[in-house]
Design a protein around this ligand. Structure first.
Ligand code: ZN
Ligand code: ZN
Length: 245
């Protein structure tokens, strides 16, 4: 039973993280590669399923993330750890920035160059859907394990997206080393990146924001970049020639 729960947690963690890094970050926010409308819908649905109650609207994510790059570690940065005393304060600020970008129907207010699927955005972001996901997780735990594991694990599954975001935004701008002397406080948090699939090479990424491979030095490895190269070979995506790899 404990092994099954652990495997479920690990699969959910990495699938949700992959969608955040591959689809929301590198595709929606940075447009590092192209894909046809079938695969765009496929990854939209995969993001909805894997993020569940913590689904992030790709357009709003992209807008917020572009602000992070433009104003990194200044007061205008939507989630710099250098303006917060705690993780929860950083997460609250990120949440309010995110919600301010959506209208009352959870549709992105502005027009930007990102993938859009209004029907799924409204469905995924509604409180009805979010609560339904939480009830599904709870039912699965109560059926396959016990109440105590449900009380510990359901909040982790339910907040998977914000937990990933908090680790990247907090650690990636506070702990680690720098390869590039930039105007911000971005760091490469190598020792934790096994949990983050390349996302914690923040200093490398801020130096080359359009570079698909976040790893630079020989000992740095970026798993999502490697997966993107495989998907290019399988003709799922087309990596843009203009960006340096
Ligand atoms: Zn950053
Ligand atoms: Zn970025």
């Amino acid at each position: 039973m404990y092994l099954t729960v652990l495997i479920f947690l690990i699969i959910h963690w990495y699938l949700s993280l992959f969608c955040q890094s591959f689809f929301l970050h590198r595709y929606a926010a940075h447009r590092m590669f192209k894909m046809n409308s079938f695969f765009e819908k496929f990854f939209y649905i995969l993001t909805f399923i894997s993020q569940g109650p913590s689904f992030l609207n790709p357009s709003a994510y992209a807008e917020m993330h572009r602000r992070h790059h433009s104003y990194s570690d200044t007061e205008k940065d939507p989630h710099s750890p250098h303006f917060h005393n705690s993780l929860s304060s950083l997460m609250k600020k990120t949440y309010s920035e995110y919600m301010s970008l959506l209208d009352e129907n959870f549709v992105f207010k502005k027009i930007n160059h990102t993938p859009k699927w209004t029907f799924l955005d409204r469905l995924a972001d509604s409180w009805f859907t979010r609560i339904t996901w939480i009830l599904i997780y709870t039912a699965l735990y109560l059926h396959f394990s016990n109440l105590w594991l449900a009380l510990i694990c359901v909040p982790i599954h339910s907040l998977m997206g914000p937990i990933h975001g908090a680790i990247v935004n907090w650690c990636g701008h506070k702990y680690g080393y720098r390869n590039f002397d930039l105007g911000d406080k971005s760091k490469n948090t190598l020792f934790l990146d096994f949990l983050m699939m390349g996302e914690l090479y923040q200093n490398n990424h801020h130096h080359h924001p359009q570079k698909l491979n976040f790893a630079i030095r020989w000992f740095e490895k970026d798993p999502v970049y490697m997966m993107a190269k495989i998907m290019e070979k399988l003709r799922v995506i087309k990596i843009k020639e203009s960006q340096t790899c």
